[in-house]
Design a protein around this ligand. Structure first.
Ligand SMILES: [Zn+2]
Length: 284
């Protein structure tokens, strides 16, 4: 499943390859891919035709392209397996091509939304006064956003009766941190995933945020990481890479810091990977 760095790679691809272009014909090839556009596929295609696309924006794992009326945005949900591909016009259709957006220009490429499992999709939404699509107005800023408020994040952590990994995955508190990066940042901060947030000191939460940013920036520098080989970036190049992770996916392998075998625990329908020595469970 794409996480923030993968989505940022896609955003950059859209910024480079489709910003400023005017939409021509739009083909919706599968109704599920536009199910979040409540007025339906025909309305989606009709409203997009003739509009100029702005510069792609991102908050957390959410990606959108403002339209030239500034009141509406094209929101992309990559879901589990969604891909946005810029392909030459006339290139053979992908097996799971769901939406094709042609452009009214002579560049010779088109934008394709391809999604095997069809959890993702595209939809049009009104913008809030802040310029966000209305359906994501509740999503918190992500830690790479220059306007992210570190002090407010710490205060919110202290006030919530929750545990640290739950807090990291809470999109209303901090967005864009998925399971892989949460486990990596917690390992670096030597924090157990079940540590109550009310026990975190200001320096510890600042350290944790720093590790979250470091892990994300390292992944971004390498083009995003993903364990889903279906994930492909906007140019069709695989975002998968064999970056050596310190925690995620390393059950029974030695901790990179102390050599203790890493453990995996079932956690909220997912897994948490941690070092039992460096990341001690909280005392109850
Ligand atoms: Zn260790």
């Amino acid at each position: 499943m794409p996480e923030l760095p993968e989505v940022e790679v896609v955003r950059r691809g859209l910024e480079r390859w489709v910003a400023g272009r005017t939409v021509g014909e739009v083909e919706v090839l599968h109704p599920r891919a536009v199910r979040r556009h409540l007025a339906g596929g025909a309305d989606f295609a009709a409203r997009l035709a003739g509009v100029r696309l702005g510069t792609a924006m991102r908050r957390g794992k959410y990606l959108w392209v403002p339209l030239d009326d500034a009141a509406t945005s094209l929101l992309g949900h990559l879901g589990m397996s969604g891909q946005l591909l810029v392909q030459p016009e006339g290139a053979p259709d992908e097996k799971h091509l769901r939406i094709r957006i042609r452009f009214d220009d002579t560049v010779g490429t088109e934008l394709r939304f391809v999604d095997q499992r069809t959890f993702g999709g595209l939809s049009l939404h009104e913008n809030t006064a802040e310029g966000l699509p209305d359906t994501i107005a509740h999503i918190a800023r992500d830690p790479l956003d220059p306007a992210f408020d570190d002090a407010a994040f710490h205060t919110a952590l202290r006030l919530r009766r929750t545990t640290v990994k739950r807090a990291l995955l809470d999109q209303s508190l901090i967005s864009g941190v998925g399971n892989i990066y949460a486990d990596e940042a917690l390992w670096r901060a030597r924090l157990h995933y079940d540590r109550p947030t009310a026990t975190l000191t200001r320096p510890k939460s600042a350290e944790l945020l720093g590790h979250v940013r470091d892990v994300m920036n390292a992944a971004l520098a390498q083009g995003g990481t993903s364990f889903d080989s279906l994930y492909v970036n906007v140019n069709g190049e695989s975002g998968y890479f064999d970056r050596s992770l310190d925690a995620y996916g390393r059950e029974d392998e030695p901790c990179h810091r102390c050599g203790t075998p890493m453990r995996r625990r079932a956690w909220m329908n997912r897994s948490s990977y941690f070092c039992p020595r460096c990341q001690r469970p909280p005392r109850v």
